[in-house]
Design a protein around this ligand. Structure first.
Ligand code: FES
Length: 673
């Protein structure tokens, strides 16, 4: 499947999932609630369903008149459901849609039920959308559309990106895997359930079944004229007619026609019926009791039998408990699909939001120290900028095509500007030079949304901030935040000399100036940073934050560890990296989880470069293992971490890597791509 076609299928799949998904969740959840109705209803409403058996039932007309007395405003009699067993209630319904449940032995009223009241009545109401006029058509249409589009779309997506066996999924990959697996294994149940429900929603569907089965629809029976002086058949007479034709019926349903001349419609379910909807049909002249049509179940046309089987399957009444459980699993899978599908969509959206770009104007360019400029960025229309937290950085997209990351160094409470500091470096690939030489006040700069891989720990009782050179930028915003909160902190700012120290005046005039100590390596040895003294005796509530050149940070972190600082209290951020290559560099394979395809990574190629040649693009920014943009989940294999982004603990988990620089220690890595 071509990537474009797959993208379109995915779009279509998401669209159908979102537009129909919520309605389908309602239908499925209410359907799941009704699956065990035959077992649960008599338990929950025991007093309305069962009673002590007796020798013989009272005449049906007596039960009807008692029921009418209990529901005098019920209107015309419309329906009776009765069981030959005398320990089961007789249910009588009037045109107000109220059931009156009767004891057939004593004629006592057991209780009254609204047809769409109580737990199961409400579920039925919601399931078939009876709360809206012609709601069953809406439910049917949604079901049909959902069943066909979502399942076919899902299968196409699944086929294009099915996972191979033997793979473990965790973290973010798990919901996607769960979504696909649930969709695959339940699609057949869902499809069956949806299709078998359609004949109830659409008459044309029932006709279609007849057509496909080569059956004729039963011809309607014309109403008979009322013979003079003869009254309509009593309900008891109807019951006796039915009994004489099928003495073994285990359930009898009598539907009284709205028009008095129409035939009485009786449905019987025999004790030998193959399923719960295996009706035998009987129609009686409503005056004479003459049998107008009697079709035992076995004589039903193939079309009718298929229709009745479909009803039974839809209600979960085929296959006993197993059938019910299967249907329940299918119905409950819909909310799981909705949850996992929405989760994946939201993650994609938040990723897109994080990758959004802005065009900002350089309102001020200031030389802060030798080789260091600061750039103040504002919205050209004066709008507020998205908020950021201390330690955040932005991606700066340069005209040269380079993307560079710079920490925001202003007070995080400010919304009218971003401030970044840029050191011109000798070994730069041109990023810092382009910033220094090409950009002036008034220039427009394209930047990404603030991201934070170096946040302050909110629970820290005390913070120790250590900056080396231009690494002061994220440290400054941290100091602003901590000072604003009146938190306990101290900041040590190391640089070669005063001339090369940025933001000195700002720091000296800040409210937190007394928390800051400057250290110059070209100055007197007494004022140089003594890490051993500073980091001795760590207390368990202190957190250390360091940013600066890699060697500087390594020294700080190593000294801290030697003095007993736990890794969880050490935080650092690289602002440039020396991506290492080593004699360990060797060829290895990458397998993509989505397609199962395997790619060979040559000694002298990064994973990103090799996959890019094969047409698989991984988003990158720094390509130095610093920014984290290319972070990718590892599903199998052992990575050889070469980045500066992941912490020691993260690396030990071996579940993610930065493919712009990292390689593999195992012969194969399976990536969640
Ligand atoms: Fe920045 Fe890989 S692109 S870490």
């Amino acid at each position: 499947m071509s990537p474009l076609f797959r993208h379109r299928v995915l779009q279509f799949h998401r669209w159908t999932g979102f537009t129909l998904g919520l309605v389908m969740v309602l239908i499925a959840v209410t359907g799941a609630g009704m699956v065990f109705r035959p077992q649960l209803d008599p338990v929950i409403n025991r007093d309305q369903f069962t009673m002590a058996a007796c020798h013989a039932s009272l005449p049906l007309d007596t039960l009807i008149s008692n029921a009418r007395a209990a529901n005098p405003k019920g209107g015309a009699l419309t329906y009776i459901r009765l069981y030959p067993d005398t320990n089961a209630a007789t249910h009588i319904r009037f045109s107000d849609d109220k059931w009156v449940n009767m004891n057939p032995c004593s004629g006592a009223v057991l209780g009254q039920d609204d047809r769409y009241g109580g737990l199961f009545g409400t579920l039925a109401l919601l399931h078939s959308f009876h709360f809206i006029k012609s709601g069953h058509l809406i439910a049917g249409t949604v079901t049909l559309a959902f069943a066909i589009m979502l399942i076919l779309g899902g299968l196409a997506v699944w086929w294009s990106g099915r996972p191979r066996s033997g793979r473990k999924f965790s973290g973010r990959a798990l919901p996607q895997h769960l979504h696909k697996t649930t969709a695959l294994y339940t699609s057949l149940i869902l499809l069956t359930s949806a299709l078998t429900g359609l004949p109830q929603a659409f008459e044309w569907c029932r006709h279609g079944i007849y057509l496909l089965a080569g059956s004729q629809l039963p011809a309607p029976i014309s109403p008979s004229a009322a013979p003079a002086g003869i009254r309509r058949l009593s309900a008891e007479a109807v019951r006796q007619h039915a009994h004489s034709l099928m003495p073994q019926a285990r359930q009898v349903q009598i539907r009284f026609a709205e028009k008095p001349d129409d035939a009485v419609d009786i449905r019987l379910i025999g004790t030998d019926a193959p399923h719960a909807q295996a009706f035998s049909y009987l129609e009686l002249d409503s005056y004479t009791g003459k049998v107008l049509r009697f079709t035992p179940y076995a004589k039903n046309s193939p079309g009718e039998k298929i229709y009745l089987w479909a009803l039974s399957i839809h209600y979960g009444w085929v296959g006993g408990l197993f059938g019910q459980l299967l249907l329940l699993a299918g119905a409950l899978s819909v909310p799981v699909l909705a949850y996992t599908g929405i989760g994946s969509y939201l993650r994609r959206k938040s990723k897109q939001a994080a990758n959004k770009r802005m065009l900002l104007r350089i309102s001020k360019k200031t030389i802060e120290a030798e080789g260091i400029c600061s750039f103040e960025l504002v919205d050209p229309a004066g709008k507020k900028l998205p908020p950021f937290s201390p330690g955040s950085h932005i991606d700066v997209y340069l005209r040269t095509g380079l993307v560079r990351q710079y920490s925001l160094c202003n007070d995080p409470r400010e919304r009218h500007r971003y401030l970044i500091g840029v050191l011109r470096t000798q070994d730069s690939r041109g990023g810092s030079q382009a910033m220094h030489d090409d950009l002036e006040e008034g220039s427009i700069l394209e930047i990404g949304m603030p991201k934070n891989h170096f946040p302050l720990v909110p629970a820290a009782k005390r913070s120790l901030l250590i900056a080396g050179g231009i690494g002061v930028t994220p440290i400054l915003s941290m100091a602003e935040q901590l000072a604003g909160r009146d938190a306990d902190f101290s900041m040590h700012y190391c640089s070669r000399s005063l001339l090369r120290t940025a933001f000195v005046n700002r720091i000296k005039s800040a409210t937190y100036a007394q928390h800051v100590t400057f250290h110059f390596s070209e100055g007197a040895s007494s004022q140089r940073l003594n890490l051993q003294t500073l980091l001795a005796d760590p207390d368990a509530t202190s957190h250390l934050y360091v940013c600066g050149p890699a060697g500087f940070m390594d020294t700080v972190i190593d000294t801290a560890r030697k003095n007993g600082w736990g890794n969880e209290r050490l935080h650092r951020e690289y602002f440039a990296a020396g991506v290492s290559s080593s004699s360990r560099d060797a060829e290895f394979d990458i397998q993509l989880a989505s397609t199962g395809k395997i790619y060979r990574i040559a000694k002298d190629k990064t994973i990103v470069a090799a996959l890019s040649e094969a047409g698989i693009r991984i988003p990158t920014m720094c390509e130095q293992g610093v920014c984290g943009t290319c972070l990718t989940r590892v599903l199998n294999g052992e990575p050889d971490h070469r980045d500066s982004f992941l912490s020691e603990e993260d690396r030990m988990k071996n579940d993610r890597l930065l493919p712009c620089c990292s390689r593999a220690l195992s012969t194969m890595l399976v990536l969640d791509l």
